[in-house]
Design a protein around this ligand. Structure first.
Ligand SMILES: [Fe+2]
Length: 323
């Protein structure tokens, strides 16, 4: 028997005793760390079908009063993150319904917010002093700490998708929020606000790209650009619209950005997590970080998405892999 082998049990018990000792001082031994040091997260791919959610939104409109309307949101929580309000570790997503005549009070917060309009006409978003009339498919930027409010002056309900980077603010201990002292912040009607991207303009740009070869993974894809930086829509979040042309059969792919997809129009398939999800208009699907996925469409489909790519690029973390 070698001296080394005989010494091992004694060393193991000494290490155990040592770990117990240092634990009293809120210390832990790195050599015992069990945390994953590989890409990906514990989040799961998941789908929320608009056919299921739309009646629930209508029901919530009956249950939640006009006064509480700004919080009348169905929050899509990742099945692996129940209780957190988050759809991935770094993103929040919810569907909000606003009834005719409802007007929300102005407020601001450090988390940045995006709105992607799902259905309904006649509503407006007021952001940083600009009042923006919105229609289905429009994408609107609310920068961090910008005053914002909204209202529905139309005849029917309006639904939009809220996307926020709230988990970043929470992670960094920098989540601030305040209500405007006057309920409303001063606004002017903005015909050409740089904070809104009209669906018809986005679709026209994508259709103009269609004669050229589609990207083998993403089809034709446009990234919404921040008017302030010309780069990603936010410092943390990136948002895109892609056109999957009829007959598109995308290649398998993954990247470190967690992505939330919402189908604007058409019908497409997303294969991920060992399943094939058939997306109908306004369905929401989350593909977590580093999860392989593949896109297909039998008809021209406009697919909206947002992700945490901007933050990942800024930090030097972002990676992709063609599979
Ligand atoms: Fe807000």
């Amino acid at each position: 028997m070698s001296g080394e082998a005989a010494a091992a049990p004694a060393a193991a018990s000494a290490l155990t005793a040592f770990s117990a000792d240092i634990s009293k001082l809120d210390l832990s031994p790195l050599w015992e760390r069990k945390a994953r040091l590989v890409p990906g997260s514990d989040c799961l791919p998941a789908i929320w079908r608009y056919a299921d959610l739309r009646p629930l939104l209508a029901q919530s409109a009956e249950l939640i009063t006009k006064k509480q309307a700004e919080r009348r949101v169905l929050v899509m929580e990742n099945p692996a993150l129940r209780g957190t309000s988050f759809i991935t570790n770094s993103l929040y997503a919810g569907l909000q319904i606003i009834l005719p005549g409802e007007v929300a009070p102005s407020h601001r917060h450090t988390p940045a917010a995006l709105r992607f309009v799902v259905e309904g006409s006649g509503a407006y978003l007021a952001v940083a002093g600009e009042r923006i009339a919105i229609e289905p498919g429009d994408f609107v930027i609310t920068p961090p700490w910008a005053w914002h409010d909204h209202g529905n002056l139309g005849q029917g309900p309006v639904v939009w998708l809220d996307g926020l980077d709230t988990p970043f603010a929470q992670l960094l201990g920098a989540h601030f929020r305040e209500n405007h002292p006057d309920d409303k912040h001063p606004v002017v009607d903005a015909q050409n606000s740089l904070l809104v991207f009209r669906f018809e303009d986005t679709c026209a740009q994508l259709r103009a790209m269609a004669p050229s070869a589609a990207d083998p993974v993403h089809g034709h894809r446009l990234r919404y650009a921040s008017p302030a930086t010309g780069s990603h829509a936010f410092l943390t979040m990136s948002a895109c619209m892609q056109l999957l042309p009829a007959g598109f059969r995308g290649l398998a792919y993954r990247s470190t950005e967690g992505q939330v997809f919402n189908l604007a129009s058409g019908a497409c398939r997303v294969e991920t997590g060992g399943r094939v999800h058939e997306l109908q208009p306004h369905d929401t699907l989350v593909v977590p970080a580093w999860e392989p996925y593949r896109l297909e469409a039998d008809e021209d489909s406009f697919l909206f998405s947002f992700s945490d790519r901007a933050a990942q690029e800024a930090l030097g973390y972002w990676r992709e892999e063609h599979l």
